[in-house]
Design a protein around this ligand. Structure first.
Ligand code: HEC
Length: 135
């Protein structure tokens, strides 16, 4: 009986310690999940539209050179990009293509359209293993 009580006290202590020391994720419901997934897919679809549109000063669109986001390699970022000359993010490289092949002005990195393009590109390449820095 006594050892059971001691065991219970120890268990409570260990559990309490676990709760203090390990970060706990916020709780969420199935409805939350559905809502968040729908919000994400809306942004992906917006990105898909942009990817097929002329976003610069000419008539060129991303899909002409990267059909279905091919050769965009989001899983390799951040990595050294020779066009930029330093370790760059996917968004830096999206801007590089907006400025060069599309002859446009670069977008702010937190522009909702930039986030949409990133969402579309990474969604198309989902399932790839992360390979930061890879060429
Ligand atoms: C005229 C063809 C062309 C168009 C149009 C184009 N790109 Fe690119 N894109 C390139 C080339 C060339 C590279 C450089 C490949 C390299 O050296 O890594 C590149 C690289 C990229 C990369 C990095 C790929 C990697 O392997 O690291 C991304 C991301 C990218 N483009 C996105 C876009 C987006 C988004 C658009 C539309 C805004 C776009 N591109 C339009 C030709 C194009």
């Amino acid at each position: 009986m006594r050892s059971k009580i001691i065991f219970c006290i120890c268990l409570t202590f260990v559990l309490a310690l676990g709760m203090i020391s390990s970060p706990q994720a916020d709780e969420f419901t199935k409805e939350d999940l559905k809502k968040w997934e729908a919000a994400f897919m809306e942004v992906v679809l917006e990105g898909e539209k942009l990817f097929h549109s002329a976003l610069g000063s000419n008539t060129v669109s991303c899909d002409m050179c990267h059909p279905n986001a091919s050769n965009t390699h989001p899983e390799t970022y951040p990595k050294f990009q020779k066009q930029i000359g330093e370790v760059s993010t996917l968004r830096d490289m999206i801007n590089w293509c907006i400025e060069n092949p599309l002859e446009g002005e670069p977008w702010k990195l937190d522009d909702p359209r930039m986030i949409a393009l990133e969402a579309y590109i990474t969604w198309e390449r989902r399932g790839m293993s992360l390979a930061p820095g890879k060429h």
